[in-house]
Design a protein around this ligand. Sequence first.
Ligand code: NAD
Length: 378
Amino acid sequence: MKTISRRVFHKKLSQGLAGTALLSGMPLGFGMSKYSVKKKLGIALVGLGSYSRGQLAPGLEKAEHCYLAGIVTGTPAKEKQWMKKYTIPKSNVYNYENFDEIAHNDAIDIVYVVLPNSMHAEFCIRAAKAGKHVICEKPMAVSVAECDAIIEACATAGVKLSVGYRMQSDPYTNEIKRLVREKTFGDVHYVSSDAAYISRGNPNQWRLNRALSGGGALMNMGVYAIQSTIYGVGMNPISVAAQEFSTMPEYYKDTDETITAQMQFPNGVVGNLFTSHNANANRLFVNFRKGWAELNPCHSYGPLAGRTSEGKDIKFPHQSQQMRQMDDFTKHIKTGSINFAPGEMGKRDMIIVEAIYKSISEGGKTIPLDLGAMGIVS
Ligand code: NAD
């Protein structure tokens, strides 16, 4: 008798539950969608670079509600490796040219775009047109206009959209949000967020190429500093002023090396953020009227660590952030539970990114932000 591995067995079982109902033409029960019948939803990763390889694929192996069903790659050599390692059938393997045929593949429910930033919009829009739910890596795109185009394509296709903001599913982030919301230490007075790492090595990497990245440190870890400053205060900013610093212009010649920015909030709080491709910093500090809370490290994959002015550690068991993030989005599709990182959040952050670059180009001028109507708070 042919034996199959436990992983293959579970995969076949999860696909089978949906398949039985859908393929046989059996009517789905009242209130059931093809997604609620499936035990696990199938995700296809588009772009098999270091984040897909090191974080997303391993996260999917542990996920409860989704699994790695397919891949989309421009590098034929990766196809065989990934098919073997993750038991992916050839029928679920695509390249950038035939990607749109994914529309006819019921094993793929969600397309996760993990390409250089300037390619996000094209592939998210193609995924939506193929009728697939979309996860778009951060930063959502390289302009607000592209964010709008992704949001509109998903709305028109009736598919769900989320941004790869893994921190939004992380318990440390949510503990800071709770302390702010419940005013455990009183009102927030000041927030400081640093998100930076030294990005050297290959000077031709896409992150240092503006046409592919849309910008440097700000487009990389900078969006995490924007995010944590905002949830550290618990509301959207009303203006931003920013400064750029360059100590190695010969290396960081096409993209920003270091940026600091101050966001002003409606309650008078100032949030100061720092991001860089030429320094290591990874911390969120929230100063309240009667104390403080700190996460350090804050923005990395974990384990994270935190403490408060009471001398208590903020501590949670370490789990893959990416697993939590993809499980949360899958639950959102299946049950309508909260979408922790909707497209509008990615767009809000891109509005702030554009305002930061505008401020820098105007010598540090304060740029007003009109985010009131966005409905996205932290
Ligand atoms: P990477 O360079 O390791 O991988 C990029 C992938 O895109 C590769 O498979 C490459 O072959 C493919 N690609 C297709 N066209 C390309 C082109 N013209 N130039 C370069 N590569 C091309 O990058 P990565 O670290 O995996 O990042 C991919 C995306 O994921 C980015 O948007 C990045 O911001 C995001 N990311 C997010 C997090 C997070 O914390 N959420 C962490 C890392 C990366």
